[in-house]
Design a protein around this ligand. Structure first.
Ligand code: PLP
Length: 360
């Protein structure tokens, strides 16, 4: 069977070139006579794979030398707890921006460890926009400020970097990391689960300024202390080796394609096609404020929800899958991460026009 265009929000489509290379190297990685999955994480082969992956990520994102790159497990969700556990550093409160489902989960978990100040929220308009910086009521004594750069479910993305002065800025970048250049030096900590824009599920990446490490809450399990992982090059215990390897191949693929500036261009082109289709349509509706539309996750509804099933069925017949919207939003959602080729978006737009002509 031909490969489908997979619009899943995560685990998401991976670059075909990466999957082919992994297949070629499956039984014998670089003459080692073994698969990466079977290697000792302390052997020189795997150590070289991990070191290369980190070096390539540093190069792609321009990560300054005073930041640690950690390859962890537990998904982005474990970071909802690890962040307050590690970054409170004697303080008793943190600032959070509430922009939707993922921000709410981060807030809920942080409340177990500290006072959470919700300093801005888009709940008043059902989480369809990014609150402007002017409306953030930052506290003076917060340990850090947390926001969600791209709300994967709502399809709302910050197209600007918040300013928080001396208070470290912490960002959940799970669903838009590597989609465009970012100035890492503006952040105290950036984290992401891998399964959207990096690689397979099971790996999470944390990029953290080194002066923020080393002051965890008492009785913190050793695995939840960033220092454990920073001091041991993410190999205190057995890391998710195969996930790190695939992530490394994705980093190489990104470099070959011209890095993050080229990715941004590519992503703007793809999202532009889809939003232009939505804006011209009298049948499909995008709920998100134009200025804050995500380049990665594009939710939309059909004028007549009774046609949802038929739309999905027709899409599947044309080789396009996972377009059903999140249960909390309904309608459709097209996730068009880095690895989604422009052909996939064109096929979707053609199908939407055809469907509207028939049912609009
Ligand atoms: C997917 C996602 C998460 C949760 O990631 P897990 O790796 O499943 O824990 C958190 N935040 C955002 C923005 C996401 O898209």
């Amino acid at each position: 069977m031909a490969r489908v265009f997979n619009f899943s929000a995560g685990p998401a489509t991976l670059p075909e070139a990466v999957l082919k290379q992994a297949a070629e190297e499956m039984l014998d990685w670089h003459g080692s006579g073994q698969s990466v999955m079977e290697m000792s994480h302390r052997g020189k082969e795997f150590m070289s794979i991990a070191a290369q992956a980190e070096a390539d990520l540093r190069e792609l994102m321009g990560i300054p030398a005073n930041y640690k790159v950690l390859f962890l497990q537990g998904g982005a969700t474990l970071q909802f707890a690890m962040i307050p556990i590690n970054l409170l550093r004697g303080k008793s409160s943190a600032d959070y921006v509430n922009t939707g489902e993922w921000a709410k989960k981060a807030i809920k978990e942080a409340k177990q460890y500290c006072q959470v100040n919700v300093v801005a929220s888009s709940e008043d308009r059902n989480f369809t926009y990014a609150p402007a910086q002017a409306d953030w009521k930052l506290s003076r004594d917060a340990a850090y400020v947390h926001y969600t750069a791209n709300e994967t479910i709502g399809g709302v993305e910050f197209h600007w970097t918040p300013q928080t002065g001396d208070v470290p800025l912490v960002c959940d970048m799970s669903s838009n990391i590597l989609s465009r250049p970012v100035d890492v030096s503006k952040y105290g900590l950036i984290y992401a689960g891998a399964q959207k824009n990096i690689g397979p599920a099971g790996l999470a990446i944390v990029i953290v300024r080194d002066d923020l490490i080393g002051q965890v809450l008492p009785k913190t399990p050793v695995m939840l202390d960033y220092k454990t992982h920073a001091d041991n090059e993410s190999m205190y215990n057995t890391p998710p080796t195969y996930g790190i390897y695939i992530a490394g191949l994705v980093f190489q693929w990104l470099k070959q394609r011209g890095g993050l500036a080229a990715m941004e261009k590519h992503n703007r082109e793809k999202a532009g096609l889809l939003y232009a289709c939505l804006d011209q349509s009298k049948f499909f509706v995008s709920p998100v404020a134009k200025a804050d539309r995500s380049l990665m996750n594009v939710p939309f509804t059909l004028k007549n929800a009774e046609l949802d099933e038929e739309f999905l069925k027709g899409a599947k017949a044309r080789g396009m899958v996972q377009l059903k919207g999140h249960r909390s939003v309904g309608g459709m959602r097209a996730s068009i991460y880095n690895a989604m080729p422009v052909e996939g978006v064109k096929a979707l737009v053609d199908y939407m026009k055809e469907f509207e002509a028939k049912h609009g």
